[in-house]
Write a protein that binds this ligand. Structure first.
Ligand code: CMC
Length: 425
């Protein structure tokens, strides 16, 4: 039986159902509030609003817990392959051997993009940001596969999963003026991507397993994060019956912002700036605390995590191991560690529960692998893709989904009459 709570507003008392999630998360269902009382709720930036029920990802921000379909992120990060995680997020269960082999084959088989799409890459300016290129080419997929306008088939899902890595690598190759490298059918998802990024025609190329494992880990850690800004965007755009590809292109746009996925690029830029200014990281801590400065410590803070970001914990350790294995000594890693230590002991950061987030150490790993700074957010998008698809599917398959349409509290002028130009002072 659904529990209820009573709400009394200006003399009217109504019963509101209490919804309890599988991890005992509690919410008040205010769906009938306006109809019964004439009030809406006001929650700018949705800090206290559940927009849906979801089976996909569980986060406990106070305890630093992140699970995909019930599986702890720490276990998945150690043992899983990215294609398994994509399958898990989209289909709800881990694949068996045959299912994974079939899924992986399809991801390889559909990696090529239509030859006509290649012409796009000649038309972008040389210094085009790869996120702009990715968003527009993903949007363009809906013109090449117009059947995605109907409810997307498995094939349409496979197509976007398989092709985004090719689009991402092509946008990089184009930006450095190198010939495009086509995917190879006998390589895994990760290795195909690495080859398309770093191989040069007519030269031998073998994928370094250390790099492959690092990419695997990074993609898995970014694969989903429940109702974040880009995922909510994908759901919102999809709720209007817009197709899957254009909904994901919108999500890529949302991810690009510096408060969201764009933060990974900004972290490395910030660490680089600190390095150039004689490693004076304390100056940047003071700047981040100053009320007169808009500067924020990039890669710090999170709307949901108020203790630690479990992804950042895994990445901090992995970044050190990766640099060690590759024999790289990156001064930015030391600066990052120093910043973290000072910030974690500073009242300003403690009071506001500001901890390193996923973007704080990921850039150090991308750099070590040889991925250029302006591609970092593309890497985030590549990882997040299965999460976006899973949420889009979940939203579409819920018979209760209506078009997402928040309300507002209007604070502008009350009614007034138009004044013609010749009568205006
Ligand atoms: N450096 C300095 N101060 C900060 C920071 C920061 N990184 N983050 C938050 N604050 C302060 C903020 O100024 C505010 O202080 P006050 O109460 O005195 O006004 C307080 O902490 C609360 O901040 P908020 O902006 O209300 O918090 P939010 O939940 O709206 O924002 C956030 C979360 C992630 C956007 C924010 O912490 C931030 O801007 N961080 C830097 C950008 C970043 O690293 N983003 C990546 C997020 S994780 C990856 C992803 O999922 O996208």
């Amino acid at each position: 039986m659904t529990k209820k709570t009573k709400l009394t507003l200006e003399g009217t008392t109504i019963d509101l159902p209490i919804i309890v999630g599988s991890e005992e998360e509690k919410a008040i269902d205010i769906g009938s509030l306006r109809k019964e009382t004439g009030h809406i709720t006001l929650d700018p930036s949705y800090a206290n609003t559940g927009s849906c029920k979801s089976d996909i990802t569980f986060i406990d921000g106070e305890k630093g817990i992140l699970r995909y379909r019930g599986y702890p992120i720490e276990e998945l990060a150690k043992k899983a392959r990215f294609s398994e995680i994509a399958y898990l997020l989209i289909n709800g269960e881990l694949p068996n051997n045959n299912e994974l082999a079939d899924f992986s084959n399809q991801l390889t088989y559909h990696s090529l993009i239509h030859e006509d799409m290649k012409k796009f890459f000649d038309s972008y300016p040389m210094n085009a940001h790869p996120m702009g290129v990715l968003a527009s080419t993903v949007a363009a997929l809906s013109t090449f596969y117009p059947d995605v306008q109907q409810e997307p088939s498995n094939l349409n899902i496979i197509r976007i999963l398989a092709k985004v890595k090719t689009l991402a690598a092509f946008s990089y190759k184009k930006s450095i003026g190198q010939p495009l490298i086509y995917p190879m059918n006998d390589l895994s998802y990760e290795d195909n991507f690495i080859r398309m990024m770093f191989a040069v025609p007519a030269e031998e190329f073998t994928v370094n397993p250390v790099v492959s494992d690092a990419i695997r880990l990074l993609l898995i850690l970014h694969a989903d994060h429940e109702q974040n800004c880009s995922t909510s965007t994908v759901r919102m755009v999809g709720s209007s019956n817009a197709n899957l590809y254009i909904s994901i292109a919108a999500g890529i746009g949302a991810l690009w912002g510096s408060l969201h996925g764009g933060a990974n690029q900004r972290v490395i830029e910030m660490l680089g700036m600190i390095h150039k200014s004689d490693n004076d990281y304390k100056k940047y801590i003071e700047k981040a605390k100053s009320k007169t400065s808009k500067f924020r410590l990039m890669g710090f803070g999170h709307r949901v995590y108020k203790n630690f970001d479990p992804r950042a914990k895994v990445l901090k350790e992995s970044a050190a191991k990766l640099l060690d294995k590759l024999g790289i000594d990156d001064p930015l890693l030391d600066i990052a560690r120093n910043l973290e230590e000072v910030a974690l002991n500073d009242e300003f950061f403690i009071e506001r529960n500001l901890y390193p987030n996923v973007d704080f150490y990921s850039g150090i790993m991308y750099r070590a692998i040889g991925i250029p700074t302006n591609m970092f957010t593309v890497m985030f998008a590549l990882g997040r893709l299965p999460g976006w698809i899973a949420h889009w599917n979940e939203m579409k398959s819920d018979s209760k989904t209506r078009i997402y349409r928040p309300r507002q509290v209007y604070t502008g002028h009350t009614k007034r009459s138009f004044v013609p130009m010749d009568k205006r002072s």
